[in-house]
Design a protein around this ligand. Structure first.
Ligand SMILES: Cc1ncc(COP(=O)(O)O)c(C=O)c1O
Length: 393
C-alpha cells in the first residue's frame, strides 16, 4: 500500500521489487509506503492504539537516546511515551532497562537500531510476547543491517519502520512501515479503509516551521547542558503540538525511491570503507571509546565514539568543526523534554559524550583522513588539559 496525496492506494509497479526485497527476508505481510519515517511510526502506533479501549492510557517504552520524531508521533497517535535507559556502550535499550519501565499500561516497545548498530533481540522479543507487548523495530538508521545472529534486522518485531529522508542511508525521500503479523495487518487495513489524507502544509511553511523547531531544540539542549536542574519540559511540551503538521506526509516520488533502492548495496559498501578508515586512524587513543557495532551489523549510519572529557564535548566538537569537518553530538536524553520523572542517567552520560562523524557522500576518504587528524589533535589537547587540572578523565 502507498499513501499518496489522494489517499491509500496499491503499491505502484515501480516499487514492487523494493517491496519484495524489503518484505521477503523478514517475512513481512504488508508494507505501507509513506512520506517519511515519522509517518511510518505514526501508523505503527495507530495500529498499537487501535487494540486498546479509548478510555485507557496505553504506554509505549522508547529509548532515551533518539531524535524526537518517534516520541512526537507516539503522542499524536494517542500513546503515552515512557523512557527507558540505555546500554552505556551502545546507546540502545536493553531488556533490563525496558523491564524497569513496564506498567500495566505498557502496550509497545520501540527498539531503535541506533547509528546502524543492532543487538540480540531474542530475549526482549520473548519478554514482549509474554506480556502481550508489541515490539516495533526502528530501522531509520539501519537499513540493510544484520542482527548478531546473522538474521536481518526487522525480523524480530511485529512491525518495523524505515526512513529514506535527508540524512539517512537512502536520501531520496520517503518512509515505510512493514508489518509481519497477520492480525496487525488486518488492523492496519481497517484503519486505512477510513483514511482521508490531511491537507498538506505548504513545503515552504514546513521548512520555516522546522527551522524554529531546530532552534528551539538547540536552545533547550544548550541550557540543559549548562544547567542540569532546568526543567526544559515545562517550556517544550506546550509548544510541541505546533509541529504536528511536519510528521504526516504522503509519498510523492515512488520512482525516485525505486531508483535509489537499486543503489543500496553499493551505498552500504562505500559507508563501510569510510568506517574502516575512521577506525584505523582513531583506534588506541586514551581520549575516546569507539563504537564498533557497525562491524557486526554491516551498516554504518554515522561513525560514532564517546569522548572521554565530557565537560569539554561542545568546545571539542566546535574546534573540529572550525577545521572544516562535519561533526555533531546527536541526541539529548529524551525524558528531560517529555517526562523528567523517567530519569535515565546512563542516557544523560551518553548525550554528554557522543560524537558522530559523517560517512555519506558529503565526505571522501581524504576528508576522513584529515578529519581524523583534526580529531586527534584537539582530542589530545583537551585530554591533556583535563589531566593537568583534575582527576584522570
Ligand atoms: C531513529 C529514527 N527514527 C525515525 C526517524 C524519522 O524519520 P524521518 O525523518 O524520515 O521522519 C528518524 C529521523 O531522524 C530517526 O533517526
Amino acid at each position: 500500500v502507498i499513501l499518496t496525496e489522494k489517499g491509500a492506494e496499491s503499491t505502484p509497479e515501480a516499487l514492487q521489487a523494493a517491496q519484495r526485497e524489503l518484505a521477503s527476508p523478514v517475512g513481512g505481510e504488508e508494507v505501507l509506503w509513506c512520506g517519511r519515517g515519522a509517518t511510518a511510526l505514526y501508523w505503527a502506533y495507530r495500529v498499537v492504539r487501535a487494540e486498546g479501549d479509548v478510555g485507557d492510557s496505553p504506554e509505549i517504552i522508547l529509548p532515551a537516546i533518539a531524535c524526537a520524531s518517534p516520541v512526537n508521533t507516539a503522542i499524536m497517535a494517542g500513546l503515552t511515551p515512557r523512557f527507558a535507559d540505555i546500554d552505556p556502550a551502545t546507546g540502545m535499550l536493553t531488556l533490563q532497562t525496558v523491564r524497569a519501565r513496564r506498567t500495566p499500561q505498557t502496550r509497545a516497545v520501540l527498539f531503535i537500531h541506533l547509528f546502524g548498530q543492532t543487538a540480540d533481540l531474542s530475549e526482549l522479543r520473548q519478554w514482549c510476547r509474554r506480556h502481550k507487548i508489541t515490539l516495533v523495530e526502528d530501522l531509520a538508521q539501519a537499513l540493510g543491517a544484520r542482527l548478531p545472529c546473522g538474521d536481518p534486522a526487522g525480523s524480530m518485531g511485529e512491525m518495523s519502520i524505515y526512513s529514506f529522508t535527508g540524512t539517512k542511508i537512502l536520501q531520496c525521500g520517503g518512509g515505510a512501515l512493514l508489518v509481519r503479523d497477520g492480525r496487525l495487518t488486518e488492523v492496519l487495513k481497517s484503519l486505512l479503509a477510513d483514511y482521508r489524507p490531511p491537507p498538506p502544509a505548504p513545503a515552504e511553511r514546513r521548512m520555516q516551521l522546522f527551522d524554529t523547531y531546530r532552534n528551539l531544540h538547540r536552545s533547550l539542549v544548550g541550557l540543559k547542558r549548562l544547567l542540569a536542574v532546568a526543567d526544559i519540559s515545562a517550556a517544550f511540551l506546550p509548544l510541541r503540538p505546533a509541529y504536528d503538521c511536519l510528521y504526516i506526509l504522503p509519498l510523492n516520488n515512488a520512482d525516485a525511491l525505486a531508483e535509489a533502492w537499486r543503489g543500496l548495496p553499493s551505498i552500504l559498501q562505500q559507508r563501510l570503507v569510510k568506517a574502516e578508515l575512521y577506525e584505523e586512524l582513531l583506534a588506541r587513543k586514551p581520549f575516546w571509546a569507539l563504537l564498533s557495532g557497525w562491524r557486526t551489523s554491516g551498516v554504518c549510519w554515522r561513525y560514532s565514539l564517546l569522548f572521554g572529557v565530557p565537560d569539554q564535548l561542545v568546545p571539542f566538537s566546535e574546534a573540529v568543526r572550525r577545521d572544516g569537518f562535519h561533526v555533531s553530538n546527536l541526541y539529548w536524553e529524551l525524558s528531560s523534554f517529555y517526562r523528567p520523572d523517567d530519569a535515565c542517567p546512563e542516557a544523560e552520560k551518553f548525550s554528554r559524550s557522543i560524537v558522530n562523524l559523517w560517512v555519506d557522500d558529503m565526505v571522501d576518504l581524504e576528508t576522513v583522513r584529515r578529519c581524523c587528524e583534526s580529531m586527534i589533535r584537539h582530542g589530545a589537547s583537551f585530554y591533556e588539559q583535563a589531566s593537568a587540572t583534575g582527576p584522570h578523565p
